[in-house]
Design a protein around this ligand. Structure first.
Ligand code: SAM
Length: 268
């Protein structure tokens, strides 16, 4: 018998109708599917039934043993590749060497990190993932929304983002403490120019500077953007950018449109 392990964020999705809803919302096409945390394999089974080729990463050795038996035929035929280790180990640039769609009920303790890695991974084409409702709404918030944050800017810079539906705690065994949401992100471009045809930044170094810049911008979300940024950047340049673009000096971080964030970053 498998006893769920809290330290690995094991909340198994048991609601058949939700599993089907996730499968129905998968993007069309022939990309390989990456599943992070197959758990007891309920979602994996449905993906394989849909004739998807799946690469699954599972950190828990007990679950890996269970999955190897459950999917012995699929593993033998090559339709399922099961990798039994921490997905974050060795995920430097790309997770696998082919284009892939990420479809998963993510372990919540590392969900934000996994989504950020996938956004940067040039081989990840789309994400359809279950995360905490709060995290989903942060990633998918649009400019002007109260929870528009550095995560929203990063995600919406490269993807079309959408919260697809919420999932109640009762759909899981054991139930998590919070409500969950399935979010979808479809990449429209890459962050880094030299990796794809189109990209926002010239180098990884520049992109990492943008991440640090956003951290500063949202350091105190209720304070003005000028106040937050002028602690680390030249105040005169920020103020002249605001004047040039007719922006009120009282603007809070969540109120600046996404395209202006890119422009402001390049200007200071
Ligand atoms: N997909 C299954 C489901 O929907 O029922 C399980 C989802 S459960 C929320 C998260 C899964 O991620 C667990 O199977 C857990 O062992 C696995 N996991 C946790 N941390 C991981 C990591 N660092 N790398 C790979 N898998 C991980």
């Amino acid at each position: 018998m498998i006893i769920p392990k809290k330290r690995f964020g094991q909340n198994f999705l048991k609601d058949e109708s939700i599993l089907n809803k996730i499968i129905e919302s998968m993007p069309k096409g022939d990309n390989i599917v990456v599943e992070i945390g197959p758990g007891l394999g309920d979602l994996t089974k449905k993906l394989l039934e849909r004739k998807k080729r799946v690469v699954a990463f599972e950190v828990d050795n007990d679950l890996c043993k269970y999955l190897k038996e459950k999917f012995s035929k699929e593993i033998e035929s090559g339709n399922l590749i099961l990798k039994c280790h921490d997905v974050l180990e060795g995920w430097e640039d790309t997770l696998i060497d082919k284009k892939y769609d990420l479809i998963a009920n993510l372990p919540y303790y590392i969900a934000t990190k996994i989504v950020l890695n996938s956004l940067k991974d040039p081989n990840c084409a789309t994400l359809t993932v279950m995360v905490q409702k709060e995290v989903a709404s942060k990633f998918c918030a649009k400019e002007g929304d109260k929870n528009f944050s550095s995560l929203s800017i990063l995600a919406n810079s490269v993807c079309k983002t959408k919260v697809l539906f919420d999932v109640d705690r009762s759909s899981f065994d054991p139930p998590p403490k919070v409500t969950s949401s399935v979010l979808q992100m479809i990449k429209k471009r890459d962050f880094i120019k030299d990796r794809g045809k189109e990209g926002i930044f010239d180098s990884l170094d520049e992109f990492e500077k943008f991440e640090r810049f956003l951290k500063e911008a949202f350091k105190a979300p209720r304070k003005t953007l000028i106040k937050n940024l002028s602690q680390s950047y030249d105040k005169n340049r920020i103020e002249s950018f605001f004047q040039k673009n007719d922006l009120p000096p009282t603007l809070r971080p969540h109120e600046l449109p996404l395209s202006l964030y890119h422009l402001l970053f390049k200007n200071i």
